[in-house]
Design a protein around this ligand. Structure first.
Ligand code: GTP
Length: 391
């Protein structure tokens, strides 16, 4: 099938316009600013490709210099979008692209004009695209498959434009950009159409993936302490619970602040919030590998331990009780001590459910409160550890 350049160019205009619209609509829901940069980039490609038609009418400045300038600007916008997405600040040196492009206007209008334009245009498209591709190198698992795809599409696109620099450098090659013909232009148009489709789709996929991850993360976390919430604990606990055996017994520690209401009442709700955050951090610090922790709500927290001996539970609970009591005592004067009560339920085989374990822990916690607070109680009502008098 013969590739008619005019048809290809029309297709490019239509696709770039559709991609621009697609990114803009996506931005309305996702509100990710990089989508606006990308949308603007595709819009410029659409306008530039339309203006490129004017070169056959002899309008070379608009049809070649200006149209290709828009193509360069579009790729620069793609780079800005990727940088924004990755939270990277770009050097001001990237603005030199426009200086270099404007300098083309000083060229004498001779045969060499087409060659220099093609050379510089290819270079100025390839460079920001390569940089954008490098910015998408994964530093963590937060990017996802679409970003990897975008990275390779940009890399391929950039290499294509670097390769386009070769023909103008070969002596004796005849290049006339004012006519729509020749292999370079034909191949470029096909590559352009493919690149627009792939880049637009993977850009949208990249943004969507990150948004989904953010939503997932927000749904699983308690907004105040950043710890898992009850729902996230319920989703993650079954694996830990199923690993319990007499050789590797597990334990659930239900932790509740004693007299927390006094902190709120005497020092304000914000002070109460700070204390909850502090307790969350303390739990994070002492949490052994493989264990889970969550804030169930209010001033109630939970720790789920795998492989938990009696000594380990007491040691962990005592460290928490002591650190918390010291901190609360130091920052918030109250008539009654602000301490921790801990109810423990242990299991040496997979328990019926997390809810059942929490209920058992709750009974033990109640016993701790009844017994004078600031202590660790086991679900069979035995006292595991209690504060020394006055501590
Ligand atoms: N600052 C703050 N307070 C909260 C939050 N969630 C719940 N609370 C308060 O925490 C308190 C919890 O009530 P209780 O557990 O009955 O109070 P307590 O004084 O600790 O009572 P004991 O547990 O019996 O010692 C209530 O006053 C709630 O208003 C929160 O996110 N921030």
């Amino acid at each position: 099938m013969a590739l008619d350049p005019l048809t290809m160019l029309t297709l490019t205009v239509a696709l770039a316009f559709a991609a621009s619209l697609y990114q803009a609509i996506e931005w309305r829901t996702v509100r990710e600013p990089s989508l606006l940069f990308w949308s603007a980039g595709f819009a410029l490609i659409s306008v530039g490709s339309t203006l490129a038609l004017l070169r056959v009418s002899g309008l070379l400045l608009i049809g070649i210099w200006f149209a290709n300038g828009l193509l360069v600007t579009a790729h620069w916008l793609f780079l800005l979008g990727v940088a924004r997405f990755r939270g990277v600040r770009l050097s001001r040196g990237w603005y030199l692209i426009f200086v270099a492009w404007s300098a083309l206007l000083l060229l004498p209008g001779e045969q060499i004009w087409s060659k220099v334009i093609l050379l510089l245009n290819s270079f100025l498209v390839a460079l920001p695209t390569l940089r954008a591709s490098l910015l998408l190198r994964p530093r963590d698992k937060s990017l996802g498959a679409a970003a990897a795809q975008l990275r390779y599409v940009l890399l391929g696109h950039s290499l294509f434009y670097f390769a386009k620099m070769i023909p103008p450098l070969v002596p004796g090659t005849l290049i006339d950009l004012s006519v729509f013909g020749g292999t370079i232009i034909q191949i470029s148009l096909v590559e352009g159409v493919m690149a627009i489709m792939l880049i637009a789709l993977s850009m949208t996929g990249t943004v969507r993936y990150r948004r989904e991850r953010q939503i997932e993360r927000l749904a699983a976390r308690d907004p105040l302490t950043g710890m898992y919430n009850r729902r996230a604990l319920e989703a993650r606990a079954p694996r830990l619970l199923s690993e319990a055996s007499p050789a590797r017994p597990g334990a659930l520690l239900l932790i509740d602040i004693d007299n927390f209401k006094l902190v709120n009442d005497l020092h304000g709700h914000a002070a109460g919030d700070r204390l909850l955050i502090t307790l969350g951090e303390m739990i994070r610090v002492v949490l052994p590998g493989g264990a889970l922790a969550a804030r169930l709500g209010g001033d109630e927290f939970v720790i789920l331990l795998a492989d938990a001996s009696h000594e380990r539970i007491v040691a962990l609970g005592d460290v928490l009780r002591k650190r918390f009591h010291d901190n609360a005592n130091q920052h918030f004067a109250t008539p009654e001590p602000v301490t921790l009560s801990i109810g423990v339920s242990t299991f040496d085989q997979p328990p019926a459910s997390l809810v059942a374990l929490i209920e058992q822990g709750d009974v033990a916690l109640y016993e701790s409160k009844r017994g004078g607070r600031n202590s660790i109680r086991l679900a069979d009502r035995s006292l595991m550890s209690q504060a020394a008098a006055g501590a």
